[in-house]
Design a protein around this ligand. Structure first.
Ligand SMILES: [Cu+2]
Length: 76
């Protein structure tokens, strides 16, 4: 399972890297990839992580976390 998090406030590659790093360092997150144009982060997991924890990681990095949607795919 993957989750897509809307992130606002990112303006450049530096922001992108910060958000990716913040989400990647959350316990249970396997990988985090930010799409700057779409203003969203796609996160995959090694165990269950609460939405609030993901939001907090984004906020603590200095950005705003919006809607979180689950993405179910065959290869996830
Ligand atoms: Cu930036």
């Amino acid at each position: 399972m993957k989750k897509v998090i809307k992130v606002s406030g990112m303006t450049c590659e530096h922001c992108k890297a910060r958000v990716e790093k913040a989400l990647s360092s959350v316990d249970g997150v396997k990988s985090a990839k930010v799409d700057l144009k779409k203003a969203e982060a796609t996160v995959s997991f090694s165990k269950d992580v609460a939405d609030d924890v993901l939001k907090k990681a984004v906020i603590d990095a200095g950005y705003e976390a919006g809607e979180i949607t689950e993405k179910k795919g065959f290869f996830d």
